[in-house]
Design a protein around this ligand. Structure first.
Ligand code: NAI
Length: 303
């Protein structure tokens, strides 16, 4: 039977990992937040950046200083042994199957055999994530797909794989609803699940169409926003919120997984402009500039 969740490790302190760590800490549970080690002044610079974003008054992820104090930060080189204390390891690293699988192999080799592991993947089914790993790992593996921003988005997709134990799904259903305040939808193990199977198709289609029509982000977002039931950020603003690099990986992941006849293939490729922006470090809100940027308190469009 599953144990009570008393301590959670979140691996990946980016947009989502930091948000998940914050929400778990808001619920009164202790968290270990790990990212890759950094060169330079602080070995934990990436995890520290995640904490800075959580504490940013412009987009608060933490409900109190007390919640922030429940989060211990570290890195996956020096602090991996601390996972021994954790009951749930929530993976929120880049949307790349090979990199996620490397991490799971390491978790399988080093963690207690009753630790539950979940992924926050946007697109990749469990059958691919756990391919080549023992059944004993797949039995305690699920997807807990939070939406962005974690503190404010109620939806959580809970995905069970062929081998995921019933008691683990029941436990997350209750924990995420009652402790994390989420509205849990249990989804089948399919590419993109429910939200992204439809949502990523829609926003990729809107982006490509806007470019084909020669519309600027502001012109396109005047329509691709509230008037069409899309958040007020608009589609281009949504790319900035999600992360332009992440969206390129998400779309590529769906292209890799979906059969060749699927309609998504028409819109799956990143625009050449997105590839250039990623190379130039313009990855959206997390890097201070994407399709839009904040300058002197005003929202401006990329030059
Ligand atoms: P991000 O790019 O903001 O952060 C990823 C973090 O993972 C980075 O800090 C990076 O240094 C770290 N990382 C990369 N490889 C690592 C490794 N091997 N070990 C430890 N840390 C590692 O990405 P984001 O947006 O937080 O996405 C994370 C996951 O959540 C992805 O699977 C994504 O598809 C999913 N997701 C993202 C959403 C969004 O709106 N950004 C929404 C829902 C799901």
């Amino acid at each position: 039977m599953t144990k009570e969740i008393r301590k959670v490790a979140v691996i990946g302190a980016g947009t989502m990992g930091a948000g998940i760590a914050g929400q778990v800490a808001n619920a009164g549970v202790n968290v270990l937040l790990l990212d890759l080690p950094s060169e330079g002044a602080s070995v934990n610079a990436l995890a520290e950046r995640g904490m800075d974003r959580l504490r940013d008054p412009a987009s608060p992820g933490l409900m109190s200083d007390e919640a922030g104090n429940r989060i211990e930060i570290g890195n996956t080189r020096d602090d991996f042994h601390k996972l021994a204390d954790c009951d749930w390891v929530a993976e929120a690293i880049v949307e790349r199957l090979d990199i996620k699988q490397d991490l799971y192999r390491r978790l399988n080799e080093t963690c207690r055999d009753d630790v539950i592991v979940t992924s926050n993947t946007s697109t990749i089914p469990i059958r691919l994530l756990t391919e080549g790993l023992p059944k004993s790992f797949a039995e305690r593996f699920a997807i807990t797909h939070f939406f962005n921003p974690v503190r404010f988005m109620r939806l959580l997709e809970l995905v069970r794989g062929e081998h995921t134990r019933d008691d683990i799904i029941k436990m997350f259903d209750t924990f995420c609803e009652q402790r994390l305040g989420k509205g849990v939808v249990i989804c089948a193990d399919t590419p993109g699940f429910l939200g992204n199977r439809v949502g990523v198709f829609a926003i990729q289609c809107a982006l490509h169409t806007a470019f084909d029509m020669g519309l600027s982000p502001t012109e396109a977002d005047a329509l691709f926003s509230r008037p069409m039931g899309i958040p007020k950020t608009g589609v281009f603003g949504l790319y900035d919120l999600i992360g332009i690099d992440l969206m390129a990986d998400v779309a590529q992941s769906l292209v890799n997984i979906l059969p060749a006849h699927d309609a998504f293939h028409k819109y799956g490729n990143p625009l050449p402009l997105m590839t250039k922006m990623i190379a130039d470090g313009q990855k959206g809100n997390k890097s201070g500039q994407g399709f839009y940027r904040e300058k002197e308190g005003e929202r401006q469009v990329l030059d």
